[in-house]
Design a protein around this ligand. Structure first.
Ligand code: SF4
Length: 500
């Protein structure tokens, strides 16, 4: 079985909803489901502590996958609505945002007219998708390169998946890059950028969060968005102790965000909420003394009432699901042509790459031949047996014909952590010598779009996934060490070894 052909599924979520005890001071009325569950407002310190998500009293929450995507959880069709007590919070937050927001390349003012707004929408889309992957400083670099190459949605639509993968390399979760391209094609074909959250959600890969961001920031639709930062801010503002990954709690976050969003500056308000969560209202060290909405913050009020309560008790911490442990044999097959000296110097060498299936994890990306092996059978003998079988079936290379085999050695292990899998890769290097046409030898009866031979200089510049790049670098370092050892060996011993 190929490494990635095994299917996986999220652990089933069995979730517990605790009394939310949301404050009525800002927003009203609350949906009856929550109203029914909320106990009377506590006055005594003892009663107040019941609003705290204490570790002792908390029933053990169900584990949820660490990679649970806010886009996957967000419900559709949340309506925005002004509330009687929210204006003070909005104006305080917006004043702070105007004075303190970070200057980021995707935060430019849209030029007047449809074209300007669509340009802004594209910038928001690309940056938001990247920001779901990594931190702002890293995104700035990726975003700038991306925009220099594909400045409009139409130019992106004309790109190939491989070009997009190359640009995305290192960000991980390549499904998002694929969706960006597919979504761009969809929009370019239609000839118009959708401008409302509901129409944006019809674009491939655009979920509630991204739809909310584009619609509010680029097209000024009064619509909310909820990402991890907004979850943190809202759960503290309203002292929500429920499991933040549970779908009914997420729905509640969307409702509250929808009631809070500023009707005249929805895009700025949404960005301000995210900015607050990313800066002052951080996960572990919130700077409440500088916070523009501290007077509305229920978690802060509770912490003043009771020293046992801390604002960082919100949102509730949900244990991550343990990743599955997989083991793989990975073979970097180097096909050598030419003289042995040239081979040793890395000239006339080609590497065999296999394209992964179009669906599933790392879909459509290139990798070195890989097979899953049982945890109890990761010994070299078994790994090689499995790999030989795979190569025979894949490219009709018979490794047992020793005349073709120049070198086969274990290089080491690399552990790659995906959101839900901990993959231990046992890496070996196999150098084969093939006479005649290398391409023909490897493509015998195969679909040439699923495998390719890449020379050493091309592989250096290819957009490989970070796991595959690490494997390649391991092999490179291994070969360099071997060459060095050989060069330090006395000449007679070396020539004897070469003859063997
Ligand atoms: S007062 Fe503190 S905890 Fe509350 S929203 Fe502001 S920074 Fe976050």
């Amino acid at each position: 079985m190929s490494v990635w052909s095994r299917t996986w599924s999220w652990p089933k979520k069995t979730l517990l909803l605790r009394s939310p005890l949301l404050s009525q001071s800002l927003l009203a009325p609350r949906p009856s489901t929550f109203q029914n569950r909320a106990p009377p407002m506590a006055k005594s310190p003892k009663a107040t502590t019941s609003r705290r998500p204490t570790r002792k009293r908390r029933a053990s929450p169900a584990a949820v996958p660490s990679s649970a995507d806010i886009e996957d959880l967000a419900p559709s069709g949340v309506l925005a609505g002004p509330t009687s007590a929210a204006p003070a919070l909005r104006s305080g937050l917006l004043r702070w945002y105007d004075a303190h927001r970070r200057d980021l390349p995707w935060r430019f003012s849209a030029a007047p007219g449809r074209e300007g707004r669509e340009k802004r929408a594209y910038a928001v889309w690309v940056s938001e998708v990247m920001l779901q992957q990594t931190r702002v400083p890293v995104v700035i670099d990726y975003y700038s390169r991306w925009m220099a190459r594909w400045p409009t949605v139409e130019t992106l639509a004309a790109a190939t998946q491989e070009e997009v993968n190359e640009m995305w390399a290192g960000l991980g979760y390549y499904r998002r890059a694929r969706f960006l391209l597919e979504g761009a094609k969809q929009i370019a074909e239609k000839g118009e950028f959708p401008s409302t959250a509901s129409t944006l959600r019809q674009v491939r890969g655009i979920g509630d969060y991204t739809a909310g961001a584009i619609a509010s920031i680029a097209f000024s639709e009064v619509t909310p968005l909820v990402d991890g930062n907004v979850v943190r801010v809202i759960s503290r503002l309203f002292a929500i102790a429920d499991n933040p990954k549970e779908s009914s709690t997420v729905k509640r976050f969307w409702e509250l965000a929808g009631q809070l969003v500023d009707p005249s500056r929805p895009g700025d308000f949404n960005q301000a909420m995210m900015e607050l969560g990313a800066t002052l209202c951080s996960k572990t060290k919130p700077d409440c003394s500088q916070c523009p909405v501290s007077s509305h913050c229920q978690a802060l009020a509770l912490s003043h009432e009771n020293p046992l309560v801390g604002v960082t008790d919100y949102p509730r911490v949900v244990p991550k699901a343990k990743p599955r442990r997989d083991f793989a044999a990975v073979c970097v097959v180097q096909i050598a042509q030419g003289l042995e000296q040239e081979t040793a110097a890395g000239k006339c060498n080609f590497f065999l790459l296999i394209k992964r299936p179009e669906e599933g994890l790392l879909a459509g990306l290139w990798e070195f031949p890989s097979v899953l092996v049982d945890e109890r059978k990761t010994d070299p003998l078994n790994r090689r047996k499995e790999m030989d079988r795979y190569l025979k079936q894949l490219v009709d290379i018979d490794v047992e014909q020793e005349s073709n085999l120049i070198l086969r050695e274990d290089v080491g292990q690399h552990v790659h952590i995906f959101s839900h899998i901990r993959l231990t890769m046992h890496v070996e290097l196999m150098v084969l010598k093939i006479k005649g046409d290398v391409g023909q030898a490897c493509n015998k009866g195969q679909d040439s779009t699923k495998l390719k031979l890449v020379d050493e200089s091309s592989i250096d510049s290819m957009g490989l996934t970070s796991g595959i790049r690490k494997v390649y670098n391991m092999v490179k370092a291994f070969k360099e060490k071997k060459l060095l050892e050989q060069s330090q060996m006395p000449t007679t011993k070396r020539s004897r070894r070469q003859k063997q």
